[in-house]
Design a protein around this ligand. Structure first.
Ligand SMILES: CC(C)(COP(=O)(O)OP(=O)(O)OC[C@H]1O[C@@H](n2cnc3c(N)ncnc32)[C@H](O)[C@@H]1OP(=O)(O)O)[C@@H](O)C(=O)NCCC(=O)NCCS
Length: 193
């Protein structure tokens, strides 16, 4: 297995790896049709086995404090994508991708990574087991049909809101969870190295 920088010709395989890797996670319907690109500097690595991309990591990082990270105490990077195909998991591929990215970032005098993730216990454990510390939580709410009217009313005649996605940043998280069928906790982790 080889870890190398992402190339433009990797786009299709990158998208396939990300979509397939997220299918069994709380991000199962967060589908991208093209790889994301960043306005700031970034480290974008892929893990390749038999010419197939089996894992990926993207970290956008700062040259000016507070331009990418949530917390602006020091220069840092945000891990926007981390994924390993299900059949290649548990072999240290994500850990190797993270370690390679950390080596690169240290050379750029970046000593912090932030990562947002939803409520899959196994993924939260992955972060904690690699030294990431929990910093903050808010909620992602997906509402369907009649549930949408709890959030918003249509202002246009005969136009009905069928789906609604919302962020909840308040403190009554347990109440919100009771009101809607699909609510995800979204957790911010921070790794200092
Ligand atoms: C999180 C993820 C990237 C880890 O990839 P990985 O290559 O299996 O990770 P590693 O091999 O480096 O580490 C394996 C660890 O995950 C655990 N693990 C959890 N679920 C696993 C699974 N289905 N298969 C294998 N290992 C699993 C292992 O027990 C091991 O635990 P440890 O922390 O005690 O060492 C991968 O599970 C994934 O793609 N998840 C879906 C996408 C996602 O949620 N991305 C991040 C959030 S945005």
């Amino acid at each position: 297995m080889q870890i190398r920088e992402y190339r433009d010709t990797d786009n299709l395989q990158w998208v396939r790896c990300r979509v397939l890797s997220f299918l069994d996670s709380a991000y199962f319907d967060n589908v991208l049709k093209e790889k994301e690109h960043y306005s700031n500097d970034s480290i974008e690595l892929v893990a390749v086995k038999d010419d197939i991309i089996v894992g990926l990591i993207d970290i956008e990082y700062e040259t000016v404090k507070g331009t990418v990270c949530y917390y602006s105490n020091e220069l840092g990077g945000v891990m926007w994508h981390l994924a390993v195909l299900p059949e290649y998991r548990g072999r240290g591929i994500a850990t190797s991708l993270l370690n390679e990215a950390i080596k690169f970032l240290k050379d750029k005098h970046i000593n912090k990574i932030e990562a947002w993730t939803r409520d899959d216990k196994w993924v939260n454990d992955w972060y904690k087991n690699r030294g990431f510390n929990f910093r903050k939580q808010y909620l992602h709410i997906y509402s369907e049909g009649n549930e949408c009217s709890k959030i918003i009313d249509s202002k246009i005649n005969n136009l009905f809101i069928c789906n609604c996605f919302a962020h909840y940043l308040g403190d009554d998280r347990e109440e919100i969870k009771k009101k809607f069928k699909r609510v995800h906790e979204c957790n911010l982790y921070e790794l200092i190295f």
